[in-house]
Design a binder for this molecule. Structure first.
Ligand code: GLN
Length: 309
């Protein structure tokens, strides 16, 4: 052993306590503004400046319980080593392009805290609008079916809004249903879940239903080249895409089931692609649904369809 160089104690104590990437993102100091600077630097090629700020706010809210509105006021504050570790931890996966919601593992949807992970579509704000429209319609449904429930977001938010309703969520993906069940449990909401491929069933497996809702896959495959990589590379394609040559496939299929199973006066609600929602409206009229409306989302796009049996 003679002659072998032994690093002085000092060198060990300066080593980062965590593996690999942490040392590449260490800042000159431990102020919040430096953390923001590092996020900017590391995510510049993936996200716009404003998006990075929103991401950092969400990370501080989720990991340190900070009030997002106060983030800017606290930029000069210093963080402890353990706080620094917590706020830097998500950066590696974000740099690799994973969506923020998967990295943090949760998303807020219509006042509910839902867990999401790879294999389940991340609930979108426009889907909260769909839920809002159903709630504000003034009707109180007794039996609800959500086709293609994913994380369970629509089914759970409706159960929360209509506690006496019986709600069933259907999905083709077992991974989605595992997440949906978990979300029901953590939010204390009782919903039934059934695994089924809506394209392969003759009936929705319920004895009666008075509201059917669906946010089916509606992005034409050819739109993929315009989509964000963090959606494309990470979210389940089975929940997103439909073939270019038949973009109404899910609407036609679900509307046919609704024709058989919804009683007169029963409601059908859809979210859809802004280019195709007018055609969905025409389809429903041709199937003798009444009061067919194509409704805009907050950005002004034709996004939702409502029809009455
Ligand atoms: N709104 C989602 C998106 O544009 C698509 C959801 C869906 O296909 N149902 O990414």
């Amino acid at each position: 052993m003679a002659g072998r160089k032994v690093a002085p104690r000092e060198a060990f104590s300066r080593r980062p306590r965590t593996a690999g990437y942490f040392c590449t993102v260490r800042t000159a100091d431990n102020r919040v503004s430096s953390v923001l600077g590092q996020y900017r630097l590391q995510l510049a090629d993936r996200y716009e400046e404003g998006e990075v700020r929103a991401i950092v706010r969400s990370v501080f809210a989720d990991r340190l319980g900070w009030d997002m509105a106060q983030f800017d006021l606290r930029r000069g504050e210093a963080l402890s080593e353990s706080e620094l570790l917590k706020v830097y931890m998500p950066l590696k996966r974000l740099r690799a392009g994973e969506p923020l919601q998967y990295v943090l593992g949760t998303v807020e949807f219509h006042g509910l805290q839902l867990r999401v992970g790879p294999g389940v579509l991340i609930p979108r704000p426009e889907t909260e609008e769909l839920v809002d429209r159903i709630i504000r319609s003034g009707k109180v449904p007794g039996r609800i079916v959500d086709v293609g429930t994913g994380s369970g977001c629509i089914a759970l938010a409706l159960k929360n809004a209509f506690p006496s309703a019986h709600v069933l969520g259907i999905d083709v993906s077992e991974a989605a249903l595992v997440q949906a069940r978990d979300n029901a449990r953590t939010n204390g909401l009782e919903v039934d879940w059934v695994r089924a491929d809506v394209l392969g069933i003759d009936r929705i497996p319920v004895s009666s239903v008075d509201l059917i809702v669906s946010n089916p896959p509606y992005v034409p495959r050819s739109d993929a080249n315009e989509m964000n990589e963090h959606v494309l590379a990470h979210e389940p394609h089975v929940a997103l895409f439909v073939a270019d040559d038949d973009p109404l496939l899910f609407y036609r299929t679900i509307a046919s089931l609704a024709c058989q199973q919804l009683p007169p006066g029963g409601d059908l609600w859809f979210e859809g692609h802004h280019r195709y929602t007018p055609s969905v409206g025409d389809l429903l009229k041709s199937m003798s649904f009444a009061d067919v409306e194509v409704l805009p989302d907050l950005t002004g796009h034709h996004r939702f369809i409502h029809a009455v049996r």
